[in-house]
Design a protein around this ligand. Structure first.
Ligand code: DAT
Ligand code: MG
Length: 139
């Protein structure tokens, strides 16, 4: 089934100059990049984005990190995009991420794990709604 998902290159990876090669992986896989922008996430958007983690001990640090510098946000479309993008990203903790995955190739720490991707259809719709206006998604 053709799906849309929200994928975001986090501030650590943007600062390290990895945006291009990470974006290229999704293009090479065959996905369409319907939306693409570099921006600094506002605090209220970050708190909404990570609302499910509000009560976790790492929440403050997570919001601090994700708003600390520019991110690259994408709306990605393709067959099975939600799960396929998550599989390309690898495990949340880069110590557990397989080589060949984005986290397995570019990251070492869970607090700076390079990339975000929606974890299901509801999250994808919700996150795309937070971060993209309809007019910014060019299908
Ligand atoms: P994912 O980003 O793989 O969907 P998640 O939704 O469980 O993972 O967590 C969101 C982010 O929060 C994750 O990318 C990094 C951070 N995080 C998760 N668990 C953490 C922990 N135990 N300590 C510090 N940061 C953590
Ligand atoms: Mg998540």
């Amino acid at each position: 089934m053709t799906e849309r998902t929200f994928v975001m290159i986090k501030p650590d990876a943007v600062a390290r100059g990895l945006s291009g090669e990470i974006l290229a992986r999704f293009e090479r896989r065959g996905f369409a990049v319907l939306g693409l922008k570099k921006c600094v996430m506002a605090r209220d958007a970050a708190e909404e984005h990570y609302a499910e983690h509000r009560d976790k001990p790492f929440f403050a640090e997570l919001v601090e990190f994700i708003t600390s510098g520019p991110v690259v946000m994408m709306c990605i479309e393709g067959e099975g995009a939600i799960l396929a993008c998550r599989t390309m990203m690898g495990a949340t903790n880069p110590q557990d991420a397989a080589p060949g995955t984005i986290r397995g190739d570019y990251a070492l720490e869970v607090g700076q794990n390079v990339i975000h991707g929606s974890d299901g259809p509801e999250s994808a719709a919700r996150e795309l709604g937070i971060h993209f206006a309809d007019s910014e998604i060019i299908g």
